[in-house]
Design a protein around this ligand. Sequence first.
Ligand code: FAD
Ligand code: NAG
Length: 532
Amino acid sequence: MDLRALYMYAAVPALLLCSAATFIQSPTDVFGPVDLLEPTPSSARDFGAVVSDPPFAIMRPGSAADVALLLRALSSSAKPRAPRAAVAARGAGHSLQGQAQARGGIVVETRSLPRNVVVVTAGGEVTSARAYADVGAGALWVEVLEECLKAGMAPVSWTDYLYLTVGGTLSNAGISGQAFKHGPQITNVLQLEVVTGNGEIVTCSPTESQDLFFAVLGGLGQFGIITRARIRLQHAPPKVRWVRAFYDSFETFTKDQELLISMPERLDYVEGFMVLNEHSIQSSSIAFPAHIDFSPDFGSDGSKKKVYYCIEFAVHDFQQDDGYTVDHFVELVSGEMSYIRPHMYSAEVSYFDFLNRVRMEEESLRMQGLWDVPHPWLNMFVPRHGVARLKDLLMDTVLPGHFDGAILVYPLLTDKWNKNTSAVLPSTPDGGVMYVFSVLRSADPSRCGRRCVEEILEQHRRVADEACRAGGGGIGAKQYLARQPSQAHWRDHFGSGWDRFAARKARFDPVRVLGPGQGIFPWTDSATSMWR
Ligand SMILES: Cc1cc2nc3c(=O)[nH]c(=O)nc-3n(C[C@H](O)[C@H](O)[C@H](O)COP(=O)(O)OP(=O)(O)OC[C@H]3O[C@@H](n4cnc5c(N)ncnc54)[C@H](O)[C@@H]3O)c2cc1C
Ligand SMILES: *[C@@H]1O[C@H](CO)[C@@H](O)[C@H](O)[C@H]1NC(C)=O
C-alpha cells in the first residue's frame, strides 16, 4: 500500500465515499451531521499556481458550529484511533505556495460561512469614534466595503487588492498604503470569533481570551479558523485625490517617501513602485485616470539599464467648503518633495474606485490571458538601513532578465504594529521604519514555462536567504506571505518569536490539525506511528 493511501485510510477510516453522488457522508458517531464533499479543482489550486495538493474532501460550513464539529472530531484524542486528517481554511485562495491547501486532508471553504456585514455606529449619530463592522470571515474586503459605504463608513486599513477574504488577510497582516498611518489590518480588529484547533468556539478580543486573539492575528491559519471579525471603521470620503510623482534616484525617492509618512495628519495613503520600462508606466496606469507624459530613457542605446521610481500618495477629499482644500494640501506637500519636475500627476476619483484600483488591472490581465498564470512572488519587510542594498541585490539578480509584473517599494512604521500578534517583523533600530519590497511577477506561459518558473523561485530563495541573513552586516529582512522551504527556515524566520509561536500551537492546536499547507509543523514520526 502506498504511503498516501495508508495515510488517507488511517486518517479518516470511517468516511464513506459515495462517488456517484457528490456527497461523502460520514457516520454520525464521528462527524455528527457534518457533510464532506468531494474536492473541486479549485481546492488544489491557488493564485501562485506552483503548488497543487489535492485534499481528500472539502467542507462548506454553514456556521461556526459546523467547523467546531469537524475540528472536535479530528482533534479528539479520547478515542485510541481517533480519525485524523489535516484541515486548511481556504478563503479566496490567493495564497502563493499552497498555504490554503491540505494534501490528503480537508479544505474548509470559508466563503460558505454567513457573509452578512453589520455596521454599528455609536448611537444615532454616525461618529467614527466607536464605529465598527461585524463581518463574516469568508467575506471579501470588497463586499465589506460595499456594505460599509451604504452607511458612509469604511474600514481604515486595506490591502491593494480587495478580492481577498477577511480571514485570509487577517491570518497574514493585511497591508497597503494606509498602514503607515493606521497600522496593518491586524491592528484594526476589535474582536474575533475563532474555532480553535480543539474545536472550541471562542469570542476573543484584546481584553477577552487575548492570548487566542493575538495568536490568530498573523497566525498563518495555525491556531484556529476565524469565523467572524469586528473591524474598526471611519468616515468614508466621497472622493480621493490621487497623486503620482516620478524619480530617477532611489535615494531621493525613499527620502521623499519617509517625508510623506511623517505627515499622517495630511496624507491618507503612501506607496511607491519601481519603473522598470515603458510597460510599467502603462500597466500601472490602467486605473489612474490622469494622462502621464513621462517617457524617460531606460538605457535603450545599449548603455547601462536605467530604472526610475514612482511615489504614489493620496488624500481623502471630504469636499468641505471651509477653506481647507485638498488642493492646498497637495501643493504644500509637493512643494517639499524632490521629484523630477514637472513629473507629478494627479487625479480625483471616487473612494470606491481608488480602493478597487487593482480590479481594473486584473480585468485587463484577464483579457490578455495573463491572470491565471503562475505567480512567483517575493515579498519582504526590510529594515530601513538595508533597503538600498536590497534594491541593488534585486538589480543584480532578478532584474537583468525579462520582467513581467510590478515591484512595490514603500515604507511603514513598525510602532503601528501590535507586537503581541503572530506577525513577524524585522528589527528596526532606526526609528521603526521598515520597507515593504514586493516583487510581483507573472510568468506568461508563452515565454516562461515550468522550468523557468522553477528557476525564478530558486533565484528568489537565494535572494531571500541573502536578504534575511541577520548579524554580521546582514540586511536582516523578513519575508511576508512566504512558505518557508524547511523547518530550519521557519525557526530562523520567527527568530526569538519561535518559542511563543510553538507554545501557541501546543495550546490551541495540540494535535496539529490546522494549516498543513504552511509546512511549519509537519506531522512527526511519532504522530504518524499512531496508525501503525
Ligand atoms: C493580486 C493580489 C494582491 C495582493 N495584495 C496584497 C496587499 O496589498 N497586501 C497584503 O497584505 N496582501 C496582499 N495579498 C496577499 C493576500 O493578503 C494573501 O494572499 C491572503 O492570504 C489572501 O487571502 P485569501 O482569502 O485568498 O486567503 P487564502 O489563500 O484562502 O488563505 C491564506 C492563508 O490563511 C488561512 N486562512 C484563510 N482563511 C482563514 C480563516 N478564516 N481563519 C484562519 N485561517 C484562514 C489559510 O489556511 C492560508 O494559510 C495579495 C494577493 C494577491 C493575489
Ligand atoms: C500585549 O499583551 C499583554 C499580555 O496579554 C498585555 O498586557 C498588553 O497590554 C498587550 N499589548 C498590547 C499593545 O495590546
